[in-house]
Design a protein around this ligand. Structure first.
Ligand code: ADP
Ligand code: MG
Length: 346
């Protein structure tokens, strides 16, 4: 099912949570809504689900106006951050619930419900836990049950609001890969809300970056990461070195004169330059302008802090590269910028 959001605005009192949002969700894709807390992600998702009303705009589900439909009529499955499983019901009963409460005419026979529940539990790899209660499951397992329960009503769209937000980092990563694989198997149109860039970039077919009730950029993970449309997207999508600078004749210079970076022709005057730590090259140089002020090695990765005439910089490279360079704490070095982006000062 394709979703078309046009000009959706939502105001809470005098606060505009969504400001004329346009968005297309393609049939069968896994789309991530990514943005900082308060950027309007949940509000947009709830409007799609029919759990919140929009002040204006339209929502088309497969070309049909849907804002006047109830959540049930929209046939959406919903998974929230906090596993809202029924505590007094087993895993099996939780997943069966949505089918059992259907009106008599639409309710499947109990043998069919059983078959369907077990099929879903196989899908989320929890068939062996059908008789357990939620309290007897880990957080990650509970979220998989919540997902099976959402899928039980055979939704046309799956909406997930920070479903792994309450889990620890390792489980989050596992579930992220698991959800990606599940999506590849079932291909249900899915919208996934997260404030975690890594999660969005790894999981989604396309990423929607939101800020202050507006969409900053929509694109594949590679597009938004490699070609951020705005300074906001650049900063939000990963580690950055950020310098205030002034652009003249196509070159951005920092006030201390230590760095000059080529800028594209459209930027002039006060600007901000961004360099990702892995786009910053270092070489040992006795008379070089930089000094190694910190080295942190974690597993195969090395993070090197540089003091460039008072300007703090951070570089990243793999550990082997660092040992090949032979740079040590306190050494002088030269700094090369392989890739940078310069945006006008907002
Ligand atoms: P996100 O999910 O991106 O963190 P939300 O969509 O939950 O953001 O909220 C966007 C903004 O709208 C926030 O500033 C939030 O405080 C405000 N907001 C959300 N729901 C309500 C509400 N029911 N009443 C008043 N303000 C709300
Ligand atoms: Mg939210």
């Amino acid at each position: 099912m394709a979703i078309q959001v046009s000009g959706i605005t939502k105001q809470f009192g005098s606060f505009r949570a969504l400001d004329a949002v346009d968005l297309e969700v393609r049939s069968g894709e896994l789309l991530a809504l990514l943005g900082p807390s308060g950027s309007g992600k949940t509000t947009l998702l709830r409007i799609m689900a029919g759990l919140e009303f929009a002040d204006s705009g339209s929502l088309l589900l497969n070309g049909e106006e849907a804002l006047s439909l109830t959540p049930r009529e929209r046939q959406v499955g919903f998974v929230f951050q906090h596993y809202a499983l029924f505590r007094h019901m087993t895993v099996f009963e939780n997943v069966a619930f949505g089918m059992k409460v259907r009106p008599r005419g639409q309710r499947p026979a109990s043998t069919e419900i059983k078959r369907r529940v077990m099929e879903l539990l196989e899908l989320v790899q929890l068939a062996h836990f059908a008789d357990r209660y939620p309290a007897q499951l880990s957080g990650g397992q509970r979220q998989r049950v919540a997902l099976a329960r959402a899928l039980a009503i055979e939704p046309k769209v799956l909406l997930l609001d920070e479903p792994f937000g309450a889990l620890d980092a390792k489980v989050r990563k596992e579930l992220r890969r698991w959800l990606r694989k599940l999506h590849e198997d079932i291909h249900i149109t899915s919208v996934f809300v997260t404030h975690d860039q890594e999660e969005a970039l790894e999981l989604a077919d396309r990423v929607v970056v939101m800020s202050q009730g507006r969409i900053e950029q929509v694109g594949s993970p590679a597009e938004v990461y490699d070609r951020p449309a705005s300074a906001f997207v650049y900063e939000f999508l990963g580690q950055v070195n950020r310098f205030d600078c002034v652009v003249a004749d196509g070159v951005a210079r920092t006030a201390n004169g230590a760095l000059s970076i080529p800028a594209d022709g459209t930027v002039r005057g006060p600007a901000i330059a961004y360099v990702r730590p892995h786009d910053l090259g270092l070489s040992p140089s006795a008379g070089g302008p930089g000094r190694v002020s910190g080295i942190h090695v974690v597993g195969p990765d090395a993070r090197i802090e540089i003091d460039l005439a008072g300007l703090p910089l951070e570089a990243e490279m793999d550990r082997e590269r660092l040992s090949a360079l032979g740079l040590r704490l306190g050494d002088q070095c030269a700094v090369h910028i392989d890739r940078a982006r310069v945006f006008p000062q907002p």
